[in-house]
Design a protein around this ligand. Sequence first.
Ligand SMILES: [Fe+2]
Length: 253
Amino acid sequence: MPYTTFTQAQVQDLIQAIDSRGYAVLPNWASPSQLQSLQALVARTVADCGNDYVALSGQQAVQGTPLHEWGTSPDFIDLCRRIVEGVTGERSSDTGITQTLRCLTGSGGRRESLIFHYDSFVLTTILPVCMPTSGERGDLLMVPNRRPIRRSYFANLLDKVRVDNRWVQRRLRSKVTKDDSPFTRIAMQPGYLYLFWGYRSLHTNMPVAEDALRATAVFHYHNVHGSSSLASRLRRSLGAWKDQGLQEDAPQM
Ligand SMILES: [Fe+2]
């Protein structure tokens, strides 16, 4: 991680870029050797899973790799906290980052694509590890800053229900297929870090060919309704909700 300390002006610039353009980029976040070791990790992980979709959640699963280093880095957590504080005006009490390594390939990778959703976390950052360079690249697609940060978990849930149903998903997919110009589409570079308001932005990833591989490390910070009692009651019965096709928070990026 080449950026150990950020000045307040740099943090403000990042916030401004996310607000105005929908996202910010920090080039060369991973060094060439870190990227190489992450690509080897992805190759092993995907091979172990029969060359199909796989996601590794949490820090434990990536121990001994740069992903674990970043997920527990006080500098990175501090950067996320300052960005979130700069935009919400409140200092988050979240002491850690929620992370996932997503590997899209095979038929499973296609099923996990083009699922539009809002995250539960204010800030979403993505580090692409492997990206197809031709054909279907699996670009990040979003409608930036489409909703405000909701005061109540219930209002947040209504937003999610409005999007997380087959009719709206189908409509959004056909809209993208016909004309993607109303969307912000980002062809991501491996090793760069992309930041956006995951909670506020409707987003997904474009599909990748079954024989191609797209792997991204996703880091989330500040769960907006993490302390809501309604949220925790619903989380306990999440299994039942999932059965009804209502996902609390899809990690798709
Ligand atoms: Fe997401």
